[in-house]
Design a protein around this ligand. Structure first.
Ligand code: HEC
Ligand code: HEC
Length: 294
């Protein structure tokens, strides 16, 4: 096993396992079949002249149960990894299962790879079978965070089906988000703005969504406009979301907006370049940019 720290430990683990099993075997045999337990009603000490100390044997089915479990353990250790670095007669491993998954994937996708590589996103979207594959990739890789319908989740993971994109909704930008991942960095401003400043900025951000042409307070121009833009439209290069759209990744309540402004946020989208191949990524891009929201 590659993940065993050293051969030294692998050896010890094997020894400890075997000794423990042998010890357990010896223990139950000695309890049930030793000379002493044979005469349990015999010569135990006698207390108070008539009170004789003996012991009732544990029920015999316990013995058979423990013996059966011992046998199962030994068979298991012969077939599967468990004894130090011995990989078991079946050579089962997580890596092996991974290889099997890869093989299954090859049969599923091998044939369509070239077709996908050459096709327009439009064409891919028009192919229900391919979109079904895209959905199943999404369900496996992305739904834990973004939700099964890509509807977003928990005021932490963005909705990928709406027209609002933090990092841009062009196919190239979405592809980049998936390949390399994204880290949105919004620092906290409580030290700079103070409580009153945070409150004022929260109110301004809320007004912005309702009346986009409200004149910005000086502090906005000073501290926020570099990233969110002078008019609050956001900047996809920095992942700074639009503050005029009325759509909030972290929630639109006063408390949520205040939290963001005072303490900051760092949303992190993991990169999938090493986990998905070009075909899978292209199918996902087609899926996510498919509803007229590019
Ligand atoms: C561990 C959780 C997690 C997983 C898994 C995940 N994402 Fe994300 N994703 C995020 C977070 C968090 C963000 C927002 C990053 C930020 O705040 O800038 C994000 C952002 C994105 C964006 C940018 C959205 C925008 O508005 O610009 C895209 C596109 C995206 N994810 C697609 C995917 C796809 C496709 C998958 C599956 C292959 C996936 N994500 C898997 C957490 C995740
Ligand atoms: C260095 C660039 C930068 C500056 C300066 C900045 N922001 Fe941000 N802001 C971001 C980024 C990036 C995000 C997204 C964070 C994430 O994805 O986790 C963000 C998120 C936000 C959000 C949350 C939006 C949502 O969808 O939930 C609000 C509100 C916000 N910023 C307001 C402000 C205000 C007010 C200021 C000025 C006091 C400010 N920002 C200054 C980059 C910046």
């Amino acid at each position: 096993m590659a993940d065993m720290p050293t051969d030294f430990w692998a050896g010890w683990i094997a020894v400890i396992t075997v000794v423990s099993l042998a010890g357990l075997g010896w223990l139950i045999f000695s309890i049930y079949f030793s000379a002493e337990s044979a005469d349990e009603h015999g010569d135990g000490p006698v207390w108070d002249e008539t009170l004789r100390e003996g012991s009732n044997p544990a029920p015999l089915w316990w013995f058979w149960m423990i013996l059966a479990l011992l046998v199962i353990s030994v068979v298991y250790l012969m077939l599967y990894p468990g004894l130090g670095s011995y990989s078991g007669a079946l050579r089962w491993s997580q890596g092996g299962r991974f290889d099997a998954n890869v093989a299954a994937y090859e049969t599923e996708f091998g044939g369509i790879r070239e077709l996908v590589a050459g096709a327009q996103l439009e064409t891919l979207r028009g192919n229900p079978a391919l979109m079904k594959s895209a959905q199943s990739i999404f369900a496996r890789q992305c739904a834990v965070c973004h939700g099964y319908e890509a509807e977003g989740q928990a005021n932490l993971f963005p909705n990928l089906m709406d027209a609002h994109w933090q990092w841009g909704g062009e196919p190239g930008q979405v592809e980049q988000s998936i390949r390399a991942g994204r880290t949105g960095i919004m620092v906290g401003w409580s030290a700079v703005l103070g409580d009153a400043g945070v409150e004022q900025m929260t109110q301004y951000v809320k007004t912005l969504a309702a009346q986009p042409d409200t004149a910005p307070p000086l502090q906005y121009t000073q501290f926020c406009s570099a990233c969110h833009g002078p008019d609050g439209a956001g900047n996809p290069v920095l992942g700074a979301p639009s503050l005029v759209s009325g759509v909030y990744l972290y929630g639109g309540s006063d408390a949520a907006i205040k939290h963001t402004i005072a303490l900051g946020r760092t949303g992190e989208m993991p990169g999938f370049e090493n986990r998905l191949d070009d075909t899978q990524i292209k199918l996902l891009v087609a899926l996510l940019t498919g509803n007229g929201t590019e």
